[in-house]
Design a protein around this ligand. Sequence first.
Ligand code: GDP
Length: 432
Amino acid sequence: LPVLAIVGRPNVGKSALVNRIIGRREAVVQDTPGVTRDRVNYKAEWADRSFTIVDTGGWEPDAKGINASVAAQAEIAIDLADAVLFVVDATVGATSTDEHVVRMLRATRKPVILVGNKVDDVHQEPDAAALWSLGLGEPWPVSAVHGRGVADLLDHVLTILPEISAVAKEEVGGPRRVAILGKPNVGKSSLLNKTAGEERVVVNEMAGTTRDPVDEQIELGGKFWRFVDTAGIRRRVNLSQGADFYATLRTSAALEKAEVAVVVIDVSAPISVQDLKIVDLVLESGRALVLAYNKWDLLDDERRVYLEREIEQDLSHVSWAPRVNISAKTGRHLEKLVPALELALASWDTRIPTGKFNALLAELTQEHPHPVRGGKQPRILFGTQAASRPPTFVLFTTGFLDPQYRRFITRRLREIFGFEGSPINVNMRVRE
Ligand code: GDP
């Protein structure tokens, strides 16, 4: 999906605008100063088109941190988005922070749409018109809270936003796209440097910016791979506030572009909530997954026992992900990364022919019929794989299947087909 990023100072009404655009679907939680949100991506629909909104405003820094945080937002938006919605509070006018962002936005060829928010009635429209001075073209006057002007704005957005994300379009048939993810200091840059060696080719054109390149093309195992958002790995950002949110944004940005994620986990320390959050973001994105347990050289026998226990307890829900035990420092088992990536991507791409799938369903339901519930026994009429990347199945049934029964089907599908490294979805449609 094409990506629209929302950028602007704290308090200009970004969350209200996002809520207005996504409707009641999954409202953005109200901002509380100093508190960061977890969620950054939202699915939006307008005039029969879908796109992803990335809300960069998840943290509200104090006055001292504003420039840094807003600059970080703008930078991510520029890396990631197909278009940027830059929100200014029309009742306040452009501040020096706004001008700072404008300078960054001007350095990109990404389309920027300027929004003057809080224009609650017609008498305030001159406030928005004053924003012409920012040099970003026509300001769109809206009231996010009352909805005024938002429909016109969205109509305009759709004329600017491409049908398909530029990244996805460019890459059809190109090198496969890999995101290296993980919390700070787990060894992402070490891994990148060690695997890339001297073969690194920096990909320059894609962000269409005059800034650092964001992706790198690397030859591994005789093939080219595109490592996305390597700039985000190499660049160290020093934010006193909002560091977690920034990390989540970067992770989501990388996932948006990637097909497969390598989540790097440092085995020398206990597996943490942060590690699990990153795995959750991958699951939510539907991308393929490889788990890289790094710093294996630091593992002693005692820690090793704990590690295996932690993996069993905290990561059992992704036991299908290929696992590599590596050391980015010594180079141990780095050659195992490529086969793991290939396996995960092959699973992610899998298509099961409908005939085969239905023969299998018939077998499963015979072996293990759905239990009778309230005198009724829902039956699976037939099924089909509706999509790949990741494999997504639809079962047409005569009634609601127990969650337990759906889990049984999912588990058996995995036992039969493996799908190592790929999430799979099993959905249900009840035929009346
Ligand atoms: P990043 O923040 O995830 O990119 O992590 P870095 O690649 O910067 O690594 C953080 C620290 O861990 C550095 O001091 C690395 O030298 C060290 N490191 C990375 N991989 C390994 C490893 O496999 N073994 C050991 N012993 N140290 C490692």
